[in-house]
Design a protein around this ligand. Sequence first.
Ligand code: HMG
Ligand code: MG
Length: 299
Amino acid sequence: MAFPPSVRLVEVGPRDGLQNEPEAIATETKLELIDRLGAAGLAHIEAASFVSPKWVPQMADHHEVMTGLRRREGIVYSALTPNLKGLEAALECGVEEVAVFGAASETFSRKNINCSVAESLERFAPVLERAREANVRVRGYVSCVLGCPYEGEIASAKVAEVAKALHDMGCYEISLGDTIGTGTPLKAKRMLEAVARDVPLTRLAAHFHDTYGQALANLYAVLEEGVAVIDSSVAGLGGCPYAKGASGNVASEDVVYLLNGLGIQSGIDLDQLAATGHWITQAIGRPNRSKVGVALAAK
Ligand code: HMG
Ligand code: MG
């Protein structure tokens, strides 16, 4: 298959990027980050997470973030909702899109959301039903698609099974998460092929972390297969609190640079995005993990 002519980036920095930060980040900093990302052309921004503050304290200001957004036209601001309680709270904030998050690993599922994979799917069904009533779109995540911090290898058949279940339930898009970044290109391609037998490729997104420095190579492999939606995080921020050692998502700046080089449209202003990466890493005292961001700043 050929490269897609354009790619939609889902910017997960304000959620995946910040959720693991130990010190509380001011709500205003989060709002400014989201605003700057929108100004740089990101049209889909995952802004918050309606999870238990005991499990992920950094996302405790979800209400303030979602109601404080300086909304720009044409931008989707989404939020994670693991259960009905989370969804109801998100609906109160006028959310237009949410995401449920499952896993292809039993142990990770228990560590992350305190239930088995089967129980998580049972829990998501009423979330999907309520969201449909409220006219809110639901995205579905599958974590650990290329490896699990607790179980190691994960069978692609299991990834396909969970992805299909989420799709059949009504998730409009399934984001395939290499949560701990252990994947390599051929593995990523084979996993994608297995999932695409059960879920149309046009409904699949790549959510790759860069822990082992493979994320761009893995993205190249799935772009070649035709994947046209990529999740990324400005400055490569982030990590999952329930996946020890996992580093951030692939950096949005690096993805845009790759796409530009391949002649694939993304609608994003790279310089403005890189400036945003520079700003947020300074603001929260983190190193900039985008190679492109660092290179542009040194120019
Ligand atoms: P639980 O303890 O099994 O839930 O947690 P529960 O229903 O028994 O409730 C326990 C307490 O939590 C109660 O409060 C509930 O009210 C409260 P208490 O009576 O003890 O005061 N509660 C909530 N509070 C706020 N919002 C809610 C909510 N639900 C219950 N929605 C639960 C189950 C799912 C809530 C918990 O395990 C949790 O919040 N987990 C979140 C973990 C998380 O956010 N992980 C990071 C995101 S996933 C990720 O990063 C991977 C991804 O990026 C893809 C990839 O990279 O692969 C998506
Ligand atoms: Mg992630």
